[in-house]
Design a protein around this ligand. Structure first.
Ligand code: URA
Length: 234
């Protein structure tokens, strides 16, 4: 593999890593290599500015999706989550794992690992998703009961049991579902006669939204977070 590709994670952008290589900041097995196309493999020890570089094929990103942005890689009308990625992540061609509505905020995972994405979206794994929702009416005991047994939506689909935990104001709640049907939470509340005014995903597949990420910001998953994902896909 080309040295500039292998060492890509060590710099902000492809341009930047090329600069570092040509300026002599990169060594392969202790020798400075200034050729970006130099062929390297897993048995080579590569350092950039004195730090060991470990090649990563897959990238896992947590984004705090803002409203007004589409969970897709391309859209003709609205900005997409991909547009919000910094260049150093974009070049790995990540895509969103599942969808949030355009007006829904919060945790969206992006990766270029197709196998992991497929598993995380598969109904077989019943991947939990937790949302914070604000609705236009008081949440009742009957609503909690309906969510807990599953709700038959307009298209005839019966949802899996979901957990509805109202907050002290009575009009907001945490909702945990184990599937991801189109507009699922909005449709479940609609069945209870309530309109969702605000929806934010706070957890996905055992990962908690990093509250230090402002709307539209993202970061790579930490190793321990990748392990959480792996454990859920067992
Ligand atoms: N349920 C919804 O209704 N919308 C979302 O974006 C996610 C879950």
């Amino acid at each position: 593999m080309r040295l500039d590709k292998y060492a890509a994670f060590a710099a902000e952008s492809r341009k930047e890593i090329k600069k570092l290589i040509t300026k002599g900041f990169v060594t392969v097995n202790g020798t400075v290599i200034r050729d970006c196309g130099y062929d390297v493999g897993d048995s080579d020890e590569i350092f950039c500015r004195g730090k060991r570089v470990v090649y990563k094929k897959y990238i896992y990103i947590m984004m705090n999706k803002p409203p007004g942005v589409v969970s897709a890689t391309e859209d003709n009308v609205n900005p997409t989550v991909t547009d919000l990625l910094p260049d150093e992540f974009k070049r790995f061609k990540p895509f969103p794992v599942g969808r949030l509505d355009i007006d829904t905020e919060g945790l969206i995972l992006m990766t270029n690992d197709g196998v992991a994405a497929h598993k995380l979206l598969s109904p077989r794994y019943k991947v939990p998703k937790k949302y914070y929702a604000k609705v236009d009416g008081d949440i009742t005991k009957e609503d909690i009961e309906k969510f807990s047994v599953g709700i038959v939506l307009h298209d005839g689909y019966k949802t899996l049991p979901a957990k509805l935990c109202p907050l002290p104001d009575g009009r907001s709640a945490f909702v945990t579902i184990a599937e991801g049907k189109f507009h699922q939470i909005k449709r479940m509340f609609a069945d209870c006669g309530k309109h969702v005014m605000f929806l934010k995903r706070v957890e996905f597949a055992g990962l908690c939204l990093d509250e230090t990420l402002k709307n539209g910001e993202c970061r790579l998953l930490k190793d321990e977070e990748i392990q959480i994902l792996e454990s859920i896909m067992q």
